[in-house]
Write a protein that binds this ligand. Structure first.
Ligand code: GDP
Length: 315
């Protein structure tokens, strides 16, 4: 049914979500691949609008689709905007996957998230632990929408023979991240908070939760590189985790960010804020078998992300 390696060269490639952190990294990485890149702005096509998406696909008929469009955010955004997180992510997935199928896309990659795994699944998280137990409640609406997208890809592979694949990235960071003080993810939040404390001479920075949860962080350009590799070399029903294979506590992580930013004051913990899932360390052995591993160390990646923050926000 499917041929690997799948040649990208010369193909029309649609990156859905090119303004986001992941889509932006895919666009940067695809610049090395000699493809005809297709993107579309939100004002032109709102991916939640089925008629607009179907019309755009019928007109442009991309041969390859990276589905990196999603409503995303950190633990408070996920837990507060629960309706938006389930609706936007469900409808974007159904519109784009179906339109890709109807318009004959040769290959599609759906990007999920490590939060689709059960809250208390054995660590490191293996791909086959999906749907074996209850989810982390703070991000359940997002996770359910992503699981629906994954199952849709599986069903379209099975019924229609579509060469569509699912990948599950760990927590991501890097250029193009969202630095909203409340709704961002932890990396962007701490880069901003330590930077602002350094500038204003504040000597105590507050980190949410107990500091004990563990997270794995992948630099987004490494993710994009893995996605290109998998698009080329992988075709199968099984999900593929994308991560570094290493995790760190939030307390230790805060010290890595403080060092990169040059903040030397104290760090304290606000335990009224949620910890979320205790750990989501990905088993990356499937990806390793394909010969791929992350290149950017956490220390280097955070320095690069801080540099990007400075140029995006203070350049
Ligand atoms: P999660 O992996 O879905 O929980 O996403 P986040 O990146 O939002 O949070 C990761 C962990 O960092 C959680 O345990 C948070 O409580 C913790 N954390 C500590 N400080 C912050 C912060 O300022 N913002 C966010 N979003 N999380 C923080």
């Amino acid at each position: 049914m499917a041929n690997t390696p799948f040649e990208l060269k010369g193909k029309s490639v649609f990156v859905a979500g090119h303004k986001g952190m992941v889509g932006g990294a895919l666009v940067r990485r695809l610049a090395q691949e000699n493809v005809a890149l297709l993107t579309v702005g939100r004002s032109e096509v709102d991916l939640r609008d089925q008629a607009a998406v179907f019309a755009w696909f019928a007109k442009n008929r991309p041969q390859v689709v990276f589905l990196a469009a999603a409503k995303v955010g950190g633990i408070i955004a996920n837990n507060t905007l629960r309706g938006e997180f389930i609706y936007d992510n469900l409808i974007i997935a159904t519109n784009v996957i179906h339109a890709a199928h109807v318009n004959g896309a040769q290959k599609l990659m759906f990007l999920g998230s490590s939060c689709i795994y059960p809250k208390l699944a054995p660590q490191p998280l293996r791909e086959d632990s999906m749907l074996t137990g209850p989810l982390e409640p703070t991000n359940e609406p997002y996770a359910i929408a992503k699981i629906a997208g994954i199952k849709m890809v599986e069903a379209y592979r099975s019924q229609y023979g579509c060469d569509f694949i699912n990948v599950m990235p760990t927590n991501l960071y890097g250029p193009g991240d969202n630095y909203h003080p409340e709704y961002s993810h932890v990396v962007a939040a701490l880069i901003r908070r330590f930077h602002e404390a350094k500038l204003s001479g504040i000597t105590n920075v507050v980190v949410w939760g107990t500091g004990t949860p563990r997270r794995e962080f992948l630099y987004v350009d490494d993710l994009a590189d893995a996605c290109i590799r998998l698009m080329r070399d992988y075709s199968g029903d099984e999900l593929i985790n994308i991560g570094t294979g290493e995790d760190i506590t939030i307390a230790e992580f805060a010290r890595v960010v403080a060092a990169a930013v040059g903040y030397t004051g104290d760090i304290s913990f606000d335990t009224s804020k949620p910890d979320g899932t205790p750990r989501k360390w990905l088993d990356v052995s499937r990806l390793a078998k394909l010969g791929w591993r992350a290149r950017t160390s956490l220390e280097d990646g955070i320095k690069l992300a801080y540099k990007a923050y400075l140029s995006e926000h203070h350049g």
